[in-house]
Design a protein around this ligand. Structure first.
Ligand code: AMP
Length: 284
């Protein structure tokens, strides 16, 4: 695996690979890699000749009271995992590669408001601007043919797909399935903040989403009541609920009884970390 330590080297190297007719797949991450990230890497490998992974903890997508400083940084272990997956290039940009004049003095990319003003965007003001800005910069440096993002961050995947479409970037954006712990908890770099007792408790988030899915599939369309019930159960389990929503997958608006493609999405704090998870529901 070759390490690309700055944007000039990355751009030069990868443009050359593309000019040789090689298909480049890109998996952007913030590091502290786990099987969720590695599943995206394996998916990337299947579709392309060259796999590029980036690790960059993007300050612009963290709110002032969020965990930017505490975010787990485990570069040596991450490198080892990527070598074992036979990744071709690891791009490690510095802050000055991404925001040469500082993040405050950088051009921002804003996705459309009606995708970013709800769910995670409602409680994390500015978060998606941070995401779309950094992803745009990374895509312009790496210039991949395809970029893979996890469905765990379903809203992020939608926002990025829409941004790429609206800005005419010639890149396929592909979603990867959610990787989970044995108990159902969606893998996340923030799970490391949980004690082992909390990890067991955290699996209830998934269980409550699945129970809601089963009720919807059984024909219950009283979504307001299902949401109320799910929130109550989460609170009883010791979660502090940010949102529990049943939305139309296509635009993340609240689902109505005639909608067929739904997303159950939830975010809740358990102790320190804020956990997110979701489940698509297809009705016929
Ligand atoms: P992060 O390092 O948390 O910014 O995540 C980098 C990429 O990995 C994003 O596209 C995430 O959606 C994706 N990802 C994170 N956790 C998982 C998971 N459990 N399963 C699949 N993809 C994931």
């Amino acid at each position: 695996m070759q390490i690309l330590t700055n944007k000039q080297e990355a751009q030069r190297t990868l443009i050359e690979k593309k000019s040789q007719g090689l298909r480049v797949a890109f998996v952007p991450t913030m590091g502290n890699l786990h099987q969720g990230h590695l599943s995206l890497v394996r998916q990337a490998k299947k579709t392309s000749d060259i796999v590029v992974v980036s690790i960059y903890v993007n300050p612009l997508q963290f709110g002032p009271n969020e965990d930017f400083d505490a975010y787990p940084r485990t570069l040596d272990n991450d490198k080892q995992l990527l070598i074992e997956e036979s990744v071709d290039y690891l791009f490690l940009p510095s802050d000055s590669d991404i925001y040469p004049r500082g993040k405050a003095l950088h051009t921002k990319v804003d996705a459309i408001e009606n995708l970013t003003n709800k769910l995670c965007g409602a409680s994390r003001p500015g978060h998606f601007t941070g995401v779309t800005t950094v992803v745009n910069i990374l895509l312009n440096i790496v210039q991949p043919d395809v970029a893979i993002f996890g469905k765990k961050d379903f809203q992020q995947l939608m926002v990025i797909k829409r941004m790429v479409e609206d800005l005419c970037l010639p890149i396929d954006i592909v979603g990867g399935e959610i990787e989970r712990e044995k108990n159902g908890l969606a893998m996340s770099s923030r799970n490391g903040y949980l004690s082992s007792a909390e990890q067991d408790k955290a699996a209830h988030l998934r269980a409550i989403i699945i129970a809601t899915q089963k009720q919807i599939e059984a024909g219950d369309t009283n979504y307001a009541s299902l949401i109320r019930h799910a929130k109550q159960q989460l609170e009883n389990d010791g979660f502090k609920v940010d949102y529990f929503a049943i939305v139309r997958t296509e635009n993340l608006e609240p689902a109505t009884k005639n909608d067929k493609h739904l997303l159950i999405a939830a975010a809740a704090w358990l102790g320190q970390p804020r956990l997110i998870d979701n489940q698509e529901v297809l009705l016929n």
